[in-house]
Design a binder for this molecule. Structure first.
Ligand SMILES: Cc1cc2nc3c(=O)[nH]c(=O)nc-3n(C[C@H](O)[C@H](O)[C@H](O)COP(=O)(O)OP(=O)(O)OC[C@H]3O[C@@H](n4cnc5c(N)ncnc54)[C@H](O)[C@@H]3O)c2cc1C
Length: 440
């Protein structure tokens, strides 16, 4: 039986597999999805998860639950030998294995595009996973506790930097500040004026997906809240928590979030496949890898021509990834059955971004919305898009809970390092037992 191997269980991988399992006839092909994570992450909801408006577990979709007819392998594909049609899979635990395939779908998405900035690896954090969202929520709330309890650490603890003004950066900037501002209510002696929020963007504008007017509006709304937006500025160093910007500004900060762009997952490059200047697998408009029989690609890791003429290539976005997955699955089935394959064509409908509770900016089908209406549109759009009815229900209940009761401001800092207290107790007990034995 034909074996279809899907590398990555994110937007493209999961939606392709869902469609294949629904449309494939019995005995026609079997499908394996390999991903280091057992879940697909609905990334547009990560900023709300970080801000506590949505429970983090509700922004991920368990792959094994939605793909009962596929084989899900929790592991990482480290290389592909397409001449032999074999992928090397490193499982979560255990030795690497060789996985033969007939058809390969490259859907490993993107990775953060970083720079060799002193201190970034040690003290910075990205924002693309649910783990990072959980970490940031606890971290930001714990900084308020530190500022309350240790006055000499206040300034540094309450300084938060986000690098990168795309939608991920702007949303996490707006949402986290909104949460921290709310949480400050219970911190006697601290006020919003004590916090310093700095968004650093190398270009001369933020949110390149919306019009310059909407970008300016977003900056005005953020600066009205006392937040700083520094355009044409780069992060130069953050060694030892001392942030240095290219405009000469220096200050100390405990929190630096890096959202300054993404680049294609290096798997295609490592496997000697045809890639473009950004490392993306070069694909045709029918989502086939150029010059490679039986290899398909879509999403952030693929360079797919934009047939609408809006740009040369489709932008890395969930909007394209979901729709490409549908065409990709249909084309694979058409190939298996000797049918006709279709080109991918979708006109980007626009962008919606949340800037905190009841605040937002949206530009969809040319319509521009601001404030409350934009925020509502953001929620309505993403709610309609989050996969599975179960997730939709859970997200709705989360929102209603926040609406009807007060926002949750518990900092579960312990979950960042849950074994620390345990290890201390065990060490102390061992130490005192040894001491007792000696004195007896
Ligand atoms: C915070 C944030 C907010 C966003 N908001 C929006 C938004 O509002 N609108 C929008 O259109 N887009 C948004 N995006 C972008 C959108 O999420 C991506 O464009 C989309 O996820 C791309 O889909 P993909 O399938 O290519 O990659 P992904 O969904 O990232 O999936 C890639 C999968 O591959 C897996 N993988 C990686 N390496 C390997 C390997 N070696 N072997 C096997 N598996 C591997 C990963 O674990 C992951 O599950 C946002 C992104 C972020 C980070």
């Amino acid at each position: 039986m034909t074996h279809i191997l899907i590398v990555g269980g994110g937007y493209v991988g999961m939606y392709t597999a869902i469609r294949l399992q629904r449309k494939l006839r019995a005995g026609e092909a079997r499908v394996t999805v390999v991903d280091p994570q057992p879940n697909m992450t609905y990334q547009p909801f990560l900023p709300e998860a970080a801000a506590g408006s949505i429970e983090p577990r509700h922004v991920v979709v368990p792959l094994r639950r939605v793909l009962p007819k596929c084989t899900v392998v929790t592991g990482k594909v480290t290389s592909v030998d397409h001449e032999r049609k074999v992928a090397t899979v490193v499982p979560a635990e255990g030795l690497p294995t060789s996985m033969p395939y007939d058809i390969l779908v490259m859907a490993a998405g993107s990775v953060s595009r970083t720079l060799p900035i002193p201190g970034l690896a040690e003290s910075g954090i990205g924002f693309a996973t649910v783990g990072e969202a959980i970490y940031l929520r606890n971290h930001v709330l714990s900084r308020l506790d530190v500022a309350s309890s240790t006055p000499e650490r206040k300034e540094r603890a309450l300084t938060f930097v986000v690098v990168g003004g795309g939608y991920a950066g702007v949303e996490v900037f707006g949402e986290l500040e909104d949460m921290a501002r709310y949480a400050l209510r219970v911190h006697k002696g601290l006020s919003a004026a004590d916090m310093k929020w700095v968004l650093v963007e190398a270009a001369d504008r933020i949110l390149p997906e919306v019009s310059p007017a909407m970008s300016d509006y977003t900056i005005r709304r953020l600066t009205d809240r006392g937040m700083q937006v520094r355009l044409n500025t780069k992060l130069v160093s953050m060694a030892g928590g001392r942030v240095e910007l290219s405009d000469g500004t220096c200050f100390e900060a405990d929190t630096v979030v890096w959202t300054a762009g993404v680049k294609a997952n290096p798997l295609a490059m490592r496997s000697g496949m045809p890639i473009d200047f950004r490392g993306r697998l070069i694909c045709t408009e029918t989502l086939q890898a150029r010059g490679l029989q039986g290899v398909w690609g879509a999403g952030d890791s693929a360079a797919v021509p934009d047939l609408t003429g809006l740009g040369a290539l489709c932008t890395p976005s969930a909007q394209h990834a979901v729709r490409q997955a549908k065409v990709l699955a249909d084309n694979i089935i058409a190939t298996l059955r000797g049918g006709k394959i279709k080109p991918y064509k979708h006109k980007h409908v626009g962008s919606v971004a949340s800037l905190g509770l009841h605040k937002g900016v949206a530009q969809v089908y040319g319509i521009r919305l601001r404030g409350w209406p934009a925020w509502l549109m953001h929620r309505a759009y993403h709610w309609s898009r989050v996969p599975t009815a179960g997730r939709k229900l859970r997200v709705l209940v989360d929102w209603l809970t926040v609406l009807l009761s007060r926002r949750e401001i518990v900092s579960l800092g312990q979950i960042q390092d849950p074994r620390r207290d345990w290890e201390v107790v065990v060490r102390e007990t061992t130490h005192s037992l040894k001491g007792n034995t000696r004195t007896q």
